[in-house]
Design a binder for this molecule. Structure first.
Ligand SMILES: CC(C)(COP(=O)(O)OP(=O)(O)OC[C@H]1O[C@@H](n2cnc3c(N)ncnc32)[C@H](O)[C@@H]1OP(=O)(O)O)[C@@H](O)C(=O)NCCC(=O)NCCS
Length: 160
């Protein structure tokens, strides 16, 4: 369903100087956005944090926490005006490539049960729904469950 990508998005490491732009998108993209503290803590911890842009405009970003032999996606967001154009799929593919390069055996993430768009994206990329965390997310009425998803990565061929 994605429209054709316009131009070539660029990615670079996110820094604290990006956080005003990031938070502007975050607050438009979610009813319960991450705080500035969530981002500064992630940067201070040395998590993978990427900013994606096109023609100097921020398209989106992702944050992932490395584990022993896995990568846990904590946040992936495409600016609302750029959603549905293939950027999320591209960012996820790049994350997967990064995970393989760094020797991760699996990618993990949680997603709101009601977030059918994101769940469809992840399922299409081969993620399996492997669990449920009850009441994981804040919500307007009562807390919402998280679907836990995992992508198992094949070991790279010898010498690759
Ligand atoms: C979820 C998100 C990252 C996906 O990024 P995106 O750039 O919008 O998605 P893409 O254009 O790459 O589309 C990828 C897939 O998402 C799904 N999708 C995209 N737009 C959709 C829409 N309007 N309706 C339903 N599904 C849609 C489709 O499965 C699509 O795959 P297809 O192209 O094979 O049909 C983005 O929409 C977003 O930031 N949403 C708000 C924040 C959020 O929910 N983040 C994820 C938290 S776990």
């Amino acid at each position: 369903m994605s429209a054709v990508l316009q131009g070539q998005p660029l990615r670079r490491a996110m820094t604290v100087r990006d956080l005003d732009a990031v938070l502007t998108i975050e607050q438009r993209a979610y009813s319960f956005p991450w705080s500035r503290g969530n981002f500064t803590d992630s940067l201070a911890a040395g998590y993978l944090a990427e900013l994606w842009s096109l023609d100097d405009a921020v398209l989106g970003y992702l944050v992932a926490m490395p584990g022993v032999d896995e990568l846990h996606l904590l946040n992936i967001t495409v600016a609302p005006e750029h959603q549905g154009c293939g950027h999320g799929r591209l960012m996820m593919a790049a994350l997967q490539a990064h995970a393989r390069r760094t020797g991760a055996a699996a990618l993990w993430l949680e997603v709101r049960e009601s977030n059918h768009r994101a769940r469809a994206l992840y399922r299409g990329l081969g993620y399996a729904e492997v669990g449920l965390r009850r009441g994981y997310y804040p919500a307007a009425v009562r807390r919402e469950d998280a679907v836990v998803m995992r992508l198992t990565l094949a070991a790279p061929p010898p010498g690759a």
